[in-house]
Design a protein around this ligand. Structure first.
Ligand SMILES: Nc1nc2c(c(=O)[nH]1)N[C@H]1C(S)=C(S)[C@@H](COP(=O)(O)O)O[C@H]1N2
Ligand SMILES: [Mo]
Length: 254
């Protein structure tokens, strides 16, 4: 094991060429600020993977969008959490609330979500820091279906997402949220969304950088204006179209 001991905190960024710097939307100073802000999270989330993919560890350590480490058997996905620990939830205690500017606020259990029509999509996943995972299946309930069920009120403009990690948040305009390729995902890689990947339920915003796909989704609130999410407050674009934002030119994912 070459994992840092608990409490060791983030490792200093290494000098030399930085592959992530190419096309990076944020300057070095901001990156370091982010790492500082994320230090609490870096302590606990671990350990997950410095062992097997130690060669990639240095690169992962420079990723400003969260705590990283390649997931075992993750097909190239990296583990991200800005929270130091996240409770595990399952069918017994998972809840998703839909509220805000709606006529019929609702709370869904996992079984209730499973009982709704499911949509499966297979697209590439693109992280704003550069890594891409090809052809990943996601499956779940269209966000538009939940919004329609709730009855969005006139004048509503946006949707805010909150997470049971207690920290992360995301946002979409109402038009973006109503796209057919935005899912409240129950499955990923043809299995239930694992805890590491934000299960039992995560958002999946296919056409946007993966930071939009909030893990451990617990709240959907319809609002009158966009409230920037966690990383957006720290400099990432709110309109996070892959290849058309954040100063990057990746191939689109949809
Ligand atoms: N709740 C929560 N959701 C999150 C994040 C996070 O730190 N917390 N990180 C985002 C970022 S930057 C990415 S790239 C993806 C990573 O998802 P993964 O851990 O399944 O690879 O989750 C996104 N959703
Ligand atoms: Mo990311």
């Amino acid at each position: 094991m070459n994992s840092p001991p608990p409490g060791a905190g983030p490792e200093p960024a290494e000098p030399g060429p930085d592959p992530d710097a190419v096309g990076a939307p944020v300057g070095r100073r901001l990156v370091l600020t982010m790492l500082g802000l994320g230090a609490a999270g870096l302590v606990a989330a671990p350990v997950l993977q410095r062992t097997m993919e130690s060669g990639l560890g240095a690169l992962a350590d420079k990723d400003p969008t969260g705590l990283t480490g390649l997931l075992p058997n993750g097909g190239g996905f990296r583990y991200y959490s800005v929270a130091s620990s996240v409770p595990s939830k399952g069918a017994a205690d998972y809840r998703l609330t839909v509220d805000g500017l709606v006529d019929r606020p609702a709370t869904y259990t996992l079984d209730a979500l499973k009982a709704l029509p499911q949509t499966r999509m297979v697209r590439d996943v693109q992280c704003v820091t550069g890594w891409r995972v090809p052809e990943t299946p996601f499956e779940g309930v269209r966000l538009s279906a939940l919004l329609d069920a709730a009855g969005v009120r006139p004048g509503a403009k946006a949707v805010r997402f909150t997470c049971f990690d207690g920290t992360y948040s995301e946002s979409l305009t109402l038009d973006q949220a109503r796209r057919g390729d935005v899912l409240v995902a129950l499955r990923m890689q043809d299995g239930p969304v694992s805890h590491s990947h934000g299960g039992p339920v995560r958002l999946y915003v296919a056409p946007m950088y993966f930071y939009k796909s909030a893990k451990w989704l617990s709240g959907i609130t319809v609002t009158d204006s966009v409230r920037p999410g966690y990383w957006e407050e720290l400099g990432y674009d709110v309109d996070a179209w892959v290849g058309r934002s954040n100063g990057r030119d990746d191939a689109p994912t949809t």
